[in-house]
Design a protein around this ligand. Structure first.
Ligand SMILES: [Zn+2]
Length: 279
């Protein structure tokens, strides 16, 4: 086992995130931020990963695949993995019914199969949260691992289902399922710190790049020194990290990680398979 594993992941939301997440469809300047991700950010990231021969897992909503098929296909053709991120980038808990959620998940599945010729094995919730039906839906379509939860920082674990959070009694986490969880964190995500919007939600942005990247260096370095066999999972968005002043810092971070002995960059799918084999 490598001393440390790194998974660089991209949520290629493109325009989808400016539609359903903000309940707004006719704001072309917002749309253009997603277009930047598809036309400028994504190609730059592919070139960066090619340059350093570093694998990457791309979570691509079906809406992005349908809207930007060429660059979505290029992600796959250049050897990077594509996994499930919903069709419309709608938070699972905000669908009006289980049927609506299931239809969105199945539509996204079809998009990925059409693009890649194979079914996705992994899922990342667009809201990093689940409805009461999400796990069942994922199991029904053959998803083997998820990357939406935060119960651990550097270790994969089994995803739990059947939780209970009553107002007048103790919390019950539920029981482990057969789905592997590859944990995420808002601390290892580029969106909240860097993405300014006038509207709720996420009216933030303008955090110093140096402070956020320092956080990522610190987390990786601490894991490297203190956690045996830890996995560092970083979530980024082409329209955010693909800006020049961030891309240069991401390149330096990759170089930093590559200078450490016994660090392995892997696809999320490989990490999930390794965990399943050993547990
Ligand atoms: Zn997303």
């Amino acid at each position: 086992m490598a001393k440390a594993t790194v998974c660089l992941t991209y949520d290629f939301d493109a325009v989808s995130t400016w539609l359903w997440s903000y309940d707004s469809w006719d704001e072309p300047t917002r749309h253009s931020r997603g277009v930047f991700g598809a036309e400028v950010g994504a190609p730059r990231l592919l070139d960066l990963h090619d340059k350093y021969d570093v694998p990457a897992t791309w979570f691509i909503p079906g809406h992005t695949i349908d809207s930007f098929p060429e660059i979505s296909g290029e992600v796959w053709d250049r050897g990077y993995d594509i996994q499930h991120h919903g069709w419309s980038h709608t938070g699972p808990a905000t669908f009006e019914s289980e049927e609506d959620e299931r239809a969105d998940v199945e539509r996204a599945l079809d998009c990925i199969v059409d693009l890649t010729g194979r079914k996705p094995t992994g899922y990342r919730s667009p809201a990093w949260d689940f409805s009461a039906h999400t796990l069942d839906i994922l199991e029904d379509i053959g998803i083997e691992w998820d990357s939406s939860k935060m119960a651990s920082d550097f270790h994969p674990h089994w995803a739990y289902g059947g939780w209970s959070a009553p107002e007048d009694d103790a919390y019950d986490r539920g029981e482990p399922t057969d789905i592997v969880e590859l944990p995420v964190s808002w601390q290892r995500d580029d969106w909240p710190a860097f993405t300014f919007t006038w509207a709720r939600p996420h009216r933030m942005g303008y955090v110093s790049e140096d402070s956020i990247f320092q956080r990522w260096y610190d987390q990786f370095d601490w894991m490297y020194e203190n956690v045996d066999g830890g996995t560092f999972i970083l979530t980024m968005h082409p329209q955010v990290i693909g800006q020049a002043h961030r891309l240069m810092r991401l390149e330096a971070l990759i170089q930093h990680m590559q200078t450490k002995p016994d660090v392995e960059f892997k696809l999320m799918d490989e990490v999930a398979s390794d965990f399943r084999e050993n547990n």
